[in-house]
Design a protein around this ligand. Structure first.
Ligand code: HEM
Length: 171
């Protein structure tokens, strides 16, 4: 679980998922909390923030380094660095970037063997939290196969003329 949650090295979370942490939560860095209170001020639009406050667009071990600095966004992420059963792994992955990448790859491959639904049996969700609406196609159909052809100069294709009949019928 510690390594799978490392997927939060990229992507965003809506403020509504962590806003309760922004008021006097000692497990969050006070400066970060102050900044996020600003970002999240408009509850109607429910803005998003990067889950990895260090390098939110890069798959790396910065996520764990941020946890050690109390700069995790989600409660569950920050708990990894606090709970005694997981904190050792967080420190290890914060130190060992290559170890994290290797372990993460292995964990994802393992996940892939747990009854993944493929083809028409499953669906690629348009909103990850809910099933797709029933009336819409759930699996994107593959793009049509198009024969590769050299770029055409606008040449008119001549219509084939029908041979003039001589009027005589062939025997
Ligand atoms: C206990 C386990 C987990 C919990 C509670 C959890 C929770 C969340 C939440 C609440 C968000 C923000 C969603 C939003 O605001 O719309 C999120 C985002 C994300 N999660 Fe997790 N997650 C978990 C495990 C995982 C795992 C195992 C992976 C992948 C291996 C993963 C990958 C992601 C990614 C990539 C995002 C960013 C999505 C985006 O940018 O749109 N999460 N997660």
């Amino acid at each position: 679980m510690v390594i799978l949650l490392g997927a939060h090295t990229v992507g965003v979370a809506h403020c509504s998922f962590f806003s309760e942490r922004l008021q006097n939560d000692p497990s969050m860095d006070a400066n970060l909390a102050a900044r996020l209170r600003n970002v999240c001020a408009n509850q109607n639009t429910d803005p998003t923030v990067l889950l990895d406050q260090g390098t939110g667009f890069v798959v790396d071990n910065e996520f764990y380094k941020q946890l050690l600095l109390k700069r995790g966004i989600m409660h569950i992420d920050q708990q990894l660095a606090i709970d005694r059963s997981t904190s050792g792994f967080v420190s290890r992955f914060a130190r060992d970037g290559n170890g994290f990448k290797k372990g993460f790859g292995n964990a994802m491959v393992k996940m892939g063997s747990i009854g993944v639904l493929v083809g028409n049996v499953g669906e690629v969700r348009t909103n990850c939290r809910v099933f797709n609406p029933k009336n819409k196609p759930t699996v994107p159909s593959p793009p049509p196969k198009v024969k590769a052809s050299p770029p055409s100069k606008k040449t008119k294709t001549k219509k084939q003329k029908k041979p003039k009949s001589s009027g005589k019928k062939k025997k």
